[in-house]
Design a protein around this ligand. Sequence first.
Ligand code: IMP
Length: 437
Amino acid sequence: MGDNPPGKGSSKMPATVVVGAQWGDEGKGKITDILAEGAAAVVRYQGGSNAGHTVVVNGDEFKLHLIPSGILHEQTLCIMAAGTIIDPICLRDEIQGLRERGVTCSNLRVSVNAHVIMPYHLLLDGLQEDARGRGSIGTTRRGIGPTYTDKTARKPRSIRMADLLDEARLRTLIGEQLAHKNLIIEQAYGHRPLEPDAVFDEIAPALEVVRPYIADVRGTIREAMDGGGEVIFEGAQGTFLDLDYGTYPYVTSSHPVAGGACLGTGVGPTEIDAVVAVVKAYTTRVGSGAFPTELTDEVGDGLRERGSEYGTTTGRPRRCGWLDGVALRTAADLNGATAIAITKLDVLDGLDTVRIAVAYEIDGERVERMPENLDALSGARPVFDDMPGWQQSLSDTRTPEELPEEARAYVARMAEIANCPIWGVSVGPSRDQRVRY
Ligand code: IMP
């Protein structure tokens, strides 16, 4: 992995989007962490506490859902931009957890315009999922769908981080929201209504902790970019969980694709210099929805165990399958990827054969890109390219030359499918376990 991703021609790239090229859990955190070293700012542009990333602080493992991993580098600003949604209780817990481990969080900023995940959003997410029964989406139950729904509904007005600064205004808004929400909570779901004062009291202890971090971040991002430092825009979830371009309705309610970085932060598209699409060497997915290369046999179980494929946020076992080249090709297009970062290649060690789906067969036709109507995906039959596996461990390889020929051929095939260069290959969880290209 080089330190600067290839972009539009210059070797030093000031604005880079790191985006998941699959269904989330591609290992974006590690790539962001490497890029964040020395960066002026790391900015999250969408999603909320549905994301999950493990950081190691003084030997202690710590799970973060909201705060970008750049928080450990004190010189790097860590920004939650307007396109994110914030659960203040979760944010408080993360700030306090980090402080207890000696991380000051003085570099954290949260946009005044980010919408707030309230306790009734968590309740509604759970009630909606339960009511969907066997047809559930498999959400993280972190209130994501209901919060973005309220944001786009506009009236009654959703609560934003700036509203947390003014207690009287916050109480009024909670009252307005609940007048509307309680109708749904009671009549659609038969749940007892929520008391506005009780909702306020539930979040009140968190407010004191989070208030100092609420800021006008658009100007701060601008300054970081104008100052010539690198700015990393960190996507959460992945391309095929995008509300418009994913496997709808089994998607999240925001825009993880690289274009979401512009919407979520207020930075114009011409200011993005590089897009690193992070792709795991195989495929995983949590929750429901189509998954053409899924393996429900012992090969899939082996990937899950060797790759520790269990959700950071929910602990759910992830569904595992072969690399989906159709998804990779499509993701590279959708994100305008300038490079791919390949993760977890070492998880494929020891397999006799490794398979890549290079096309789908849908209704007797060969298809090489995801159809726009992803309903067709449920009947898609993957067309595989079988390649020889490798028998040695990759965990100590650091240069392309050290990789066994079969592994080199596999990553070269991935780059060919994505039609862009490889920025690096991760071969283990620690920072230094990477092959620089
Ligand atoms: P929600 O974002 O909690 O509404 O969940 C919607 C879908 O996105 C479900 O299938 C979740 O499992 C999936 N999802 C949400 N966040 C993540 C993530 O960070 N990694 C992987 N899947 C996710």
